[in-house]
Design a protein around this ligand. Sequence first.
Ligand SMILES: Cc1cc2nc3c(=O)[nH]c(=O)nc-3n(C[C@H](O)[C@H](O)[C@H](O)COP(=O)(O)OP(=O)(O)OC[C@H]3O[C@@H](n4cnc5c(N)ncnc54)[C@H](O)[C@@H]3O)c2cc1C
Length: 395
Amino acid sequence: MSGSSPARPSVVVIGGGYAGVNVAKSLDDVADVVLVEPKDAFVHNVAALRALVDPGWLPRIYLPYGRLLSHGRVVQDRAAKVDAGRVVLASGEELPADYLVLATGSSYPFPAKSDVDSTVEAHEKTLGTHAALAAAARVLLVGAGAVGIELAGEIKAVWPAKQVTLVDVADDVLGGPFRPELKAELRRQLAELGVPVLLGSPLVTAPPTEPGELRTFTVQTEAGTEVTADIWFRCYGVIPVSDYLAGGLAGARGADGHIEVTPTLQVAGQDRVFALGDVSTADRKVAGAAGRQAVVVAGNIRALIEAGSGAAGDAGAAGGAAGLSEYQPALPGIVVPIGPEGGSGQRAGSEDLLPPEMVAQLKGRDMMVGRFAELLGLAAGDADEDPAGDGPPPR
Ligand SMILES: Cc1cc2nc3c(=O)[nH]c(=O)nc-3n(C[C@H](O)[C@H](O)[C@H](O)COP(=O)(O)OP(=O)(O)OC[C@H]3O[C@@H](n4cnc5c(N)ncnc54)[C@H](O)[C@@H]3O)c2cc1C
């Protein structure tokens, strides 16, 4: 295909995370794609905890967008108001959109996800927190889900002598629809590393310091256990980002902030507006699912374009177009590293738990950086290939 032509319909993709980059790249040959993203680089946040304990990983997880698209463009800005067919950016610029893709994902407390838009500032923030963590002898992690468990493993892998404590109001680690045997195995490995896991009791009061701040404090669980630590991190709190929906799209935002989608990943009641990834109701909030949804969304937009429902105003079969694919949510699966060489997991349809060696191969060792460098059009460099070959493990 040659470069952009006025006849090509416009596709505005909002959000350049796992979902957005995949959709934008897949449609680059058939549409005028504009990817709107406030950050100046794609953040491979699946490896963010590794970069906290080993900042040498930072350049491998902040991947500039410059080579993602051959025809389309990436606009560094934030969508402020989005209605069907029209996007208003924070800068005031307006983008017409024949097709809209809502891929604004979710926020999560730092360091699991980055909350600054500049790569330079994000690196500085991680380096500062790394220094604070390095100087702390005792670490409290509030939340014993996948992020808390993974962070405990990362810290112990680099600083085995540090005292790390996990606390959670839930009665078991991990949460979610996972097998009791998996939770027991993760608890066993944490115990082997000397990580106490205090379950079934919330903290009486939150720590008096900011997360990531180096200052000693003592807190108590409601069950009466005291924990003294020099630093703490919040390891819970996925919040969908959908506050920009306006006009006719405002109603698609559910009470919890997720955007309601149909099995074809169209926003309920909309023919040319799609939503996917963490912000949508399509499936569990994992990058693996976002990648699989991106295939469905890109395929459906391509089908609509090829069926002739191109530029806005065309008579077209956008709504009832036959042949749109439906997304099938995956059965529960998860891979939880505990340091580069430990951890466990479960695969959909398999009775066996994943042994640490398999977890290390799938995620723990290379954190799949090569796959994303390649997607962004960058040389994989020293990054290894993802041996699974089908995107991030289903977490
Ligand atoms: C520590 C950690 C480890 C994880 N490990 C795994 C794993 O091993 N496997 C797995 O499958 N999943 C994993 N996950 C989950 C995974 O990170 C998420 O499911 C994934 O980020 C969802 O991708 P997304 O594209 O929907 O959203 P996001 O990755 O959140 O991307 C959304 C993008 O939209 C941008 N944006 C937000 N608002 C606007 C706006 N108004 N205008 C324009 N752009 C906007 C944001 O800047 C962001 O870049 C992990 C998560 C964490 C925190």
